[in-house]
Ligand binder design. Sequence first.
Ligand code: AMP
Ligand code: MG
Length: 485
Amino acid sequence: MNAHFKPAGLRPILGLAGLEAPHVVQVPTEPLDQPHWLAWNAPLARRLGLPGQPTGDWLHTLSGHLEHPPWCSVYSGHQFGVWAGQLGDGRAHTIGLLDAAGVPQEIQLKGAGRTPFSRRGDGRAVWRSSIREYLCSEAMAGLGIPTTRALAVVGSALPVQRETSEQAAIVTRVAESFIRFGHFEHFAHHGHPDALQRLTDQVIARFYPECAAAPVPALALLEAVIGRTAALMAQWQAVGFCHGVMNTDNMSILGLTLDYGPFGFMDAFDLHHVCNHSDREGRYAYAQQPRVGWWNCGALGSALLPLIGDEDALREALARYEPRFQEALSAAFRAKLGLTRARDDDDRLVGRLMRLLHQNRTDFTRFFRALCALPREAGATDPVRDLVLDRAACDDWVAAYRERLAWEASDDAVRGAAMRRVNPKFVLRNYLAETAIRAAHEGNLEVLAQLQRVLERPFDEHPEHEAWAGVPPDWADTLAVSCSS
Ligand code: AMP
Ligand code: MG
């Protein structure tokens, strides 16, 4: 095989959309030796015009052997609420473009070696974090939540030091763009007004063309990003997803879920759940995420202020986040409850349910899935009753819910079918990811492949994988996830 074979289809790019030298640099990868496949996402590959079966050429490429040096970019950001200064693609290389349904997608390797922005990092990623990112990207896509995608994971035996010695992997990510709030913050904070203007113009031209004709395009862009971010937060909340590191450098300008690290889907529902053990103060706890989304939009707004020029307009734009989020959240929970008409007290009904689930540490996913089968008729069997410790409190809530269903003359079969399309049976619980990772380390890639197939269609029944929708095993509680990846 040619040492630098370029597989059919992958187009070299001249840089990263909206970013120019010296803020992007061409940096060679440090390829992995003797790579092997851990995962190949056949459906996504086909959408990108690639073969459904992985080939040696692609193994070579996605382990870092490239014809042209790929691109990395600088960005900055606020980490845990504090200005962190310069960060950047410390272990991410954008290697080219492929089209999906006519739309160019950046193909990016994560873990292919050091870059000028690696700081003290080694430029590597490990099997564990790469498999988690791969599975969760595809799980989110299956849930219909905007996200970067993952095409493949390549593994190697190269030792990488984390808390213990692990092995190197590269996950290939796919997105229209990986531009973050932190890119805008970088140019604003480091005094590059021209670069800030160019980045803004190009992001608008490529991804938000409707903003170009607005009186103040940068303000229109901010408003659009606020809208997408608020909607994304509502979607995360509605499936019990915690991102874990909502730093501004991990916030996508396209409103995608980006940078999967110590994320977690909740098993037992806890409003204060913190999935990242490095987050000692619980800044990114489940119930905090919507507020942090707003705070992050504020950081983006501050960065754009020189182009907006009007602090009142900025404040007004930010004030629209909250109602936008509430509207999206109410709609999401109305759908989860199978309610087709809005009533003034719906948010109260949802609030009561959240408290019930929180107080009883009820399994979030299992509760809503079981609720799909609840008959409207009072006194009929109640499939959620056994999921809530405090049965009397559960009965009270169910009675109120049934009254609400009766009010809109809800049909059990129609409602149940609609609810099963929004309440997943399967989410990427930490223990499931861990099971796939452990099997992979033992040379068994089948669990990972099957889990991906199930998570691609999380609303389907998949009776052969019933256990993955069951009560998590006891050891699931003991899993700790930190920033280390
Ligand atoms: P994160 O908290 O994963 O979003 O990472 C924050 C910053 O650290 C980003 O600029 C990453 O590119 C960089 N980074 C994280 N891990 C590594 C690593 N192993 N090697 C180089 N850079 C890294
Ligand atoms: Mg990051």
